[in-house]
Design a protein around this ligand. Structure first.
Ligand code: PLP
Length: 360
């Protein structure tokens, strides 16, 4: 059989996305340990109860959690629970809910409209949100109900707590709810160096879609409600959408493995450090321009199209359509020094052979 995971340092899809990595060993061990005998189904098991408690300790508040299989479901169902069909959700034009969920949020909310604002390095600007909320108040306009932000953002940046506080002010004055797409929440917390509570409910987040997949789980994300009133009947939504796992312990147990010894945080830190290192080295290559600040685990680089084609020909897989950069390199918990070194070696080699002006 063909090996599916390339050995470190061999071209492949290591940098295409953080969801190309395998399962973090402690999570895999916890998954395996949970496969002992019989346990109650649909979440009535000891692992799920324990996870629920751990999340309350972790976020230092009485939150309510729901496990789903992926991020599209987490975001779509969370937004559906915040909106009536005539409401709207304010997000950036590069947000995952706008560009990568195939209309899931609109579908599950029976038509709530996404109102997009221009992204500033992946972030929502409070003034743009305010404008969208106040520019119309008549009955013909889809009533703004939610401000949705991604942390860390689709462009690899991280909202500071002050930026989140500014959004909270707009949220309050516009009587909105705040949804956070935290597919890469661990990378954001690692970058900010704050506690989870300081960058979520303390700054106005009502619902967090907490990412596990990209942080080292086989699958699953958590929809975490800080306002328990909003969580009412959310279990029915999950079930109807096909997101209620019957063997839920196998979603919960790996999460416990990730939370043990703050592995989630070290995984996030590791991925961020790899991206920092890659960004530093790429910035020394004259024909390469980095796009936006590297703050989490992504590096966006502008390089001549010929280079991109040549790197792809050599077997490197990375996306060229995200943001406006010609290459996005994503690091994960599993990125190794040898991977970074091999990628840089090939890029320098292509640079030496091709030369070139990045604008061509
Ligand atoms: C990966 C990702 C998701 C989740 O995507 P799924 O493929 O549905 O699991 C959600 N939001 C962002 C910003 C992501 O990068």
């Amino acid at each position: 059989m063909e090996p599916t995971t390339p050995a470190p340092g061999i071209p492949g899809c290591q940098f295409a996305s953080d969801n190309t990595a395998g399962i973090s060993p402690a999570a895999l061990q916890a998954l395996s340990d949970a496969s002992q005998g019989f346990a109650a189904s649909y979440g009535d098991d000891a692992w799920t109860t324990r996870l629920s408690q751990r999340l309350r300790e972790w976020f230092e508040t009485d939150c309510e959690m729901f496990l789903v299989f992926n991020g599209t479901a987490a975001n779509s169902l969370a937004l559906a629970s915040l909106c009536q069909s005539y409401h709207s959700v304010i997000c950036t034009d590069v947000s995952h809910i706008e560009t990568d969920e195939c209309g899931g949020p609109e579908f599950f909310s029976n038509g709530s409209k996404l109102l997009v604002a221009p992204s500033h390095n992946g972030k929502l600007n409070p003034e743009d949100v305010r404008h969208l909320v106040t520019k119309r108040s008549d009955i013909h306009y889809p009533k703004p109900r939610v401000v949705s932000i991604t942390q860390s953002t689709e462009l690899g940046t991280v909202y500071t707590c002050d930026e989140l506080l500014a959004l909270r002010d707009v949220k309050k004055s516009g009587n909105l709810r705040m949804h956070m797409d935290g597919a890469r929440f661990a990378n954001a917390v690692a970058a900010l160096g704050c506690t989870p509570r300081q960058c979520t409910w303390e700054v106005g987040v009502d619902v967090l879609c907490l990412g596990g997949t990209k942080n080292g789980l086989p699958m699953s994300e958590i929809v975490l409600f800080f306002d328990r009133e909003l969580a009412k009947e959310f279990d029915y939504r999950c079930k109807q959408a096909g997101q209620l796992a019957s063997k839920m312990r196998f979603l919960s147990a790996p999460w416990l493995g990730l939370l043990e010894n703050d592995l989630w945080l070290s995984n996030g830190r590791h991925a961020n450090a790899c991206a920092r290192q890659l960004a530093e080295e790429l910035s020394k290559i004259p024909q390469i321009r980095l796009r936006g600040p590297q703050e989490a685990n992504a590096v966006f680089a502008e390089m001549p199209p010929r280079w991109v084609a040549e790197l792809h020909r050599r077997g490197w897989r990375f996306y060229s359509f995200i943001g406006s950069a010609s290459a996005r390199f994503m690091c994960s918990w599993a990125t190794q020094q040898a991977d970074i070194a091999a990628l840089l070696r090939d890029i320098r080699d292509v640079a030496a052979q091709e030369g070139g002006d990045p604008s061509v």
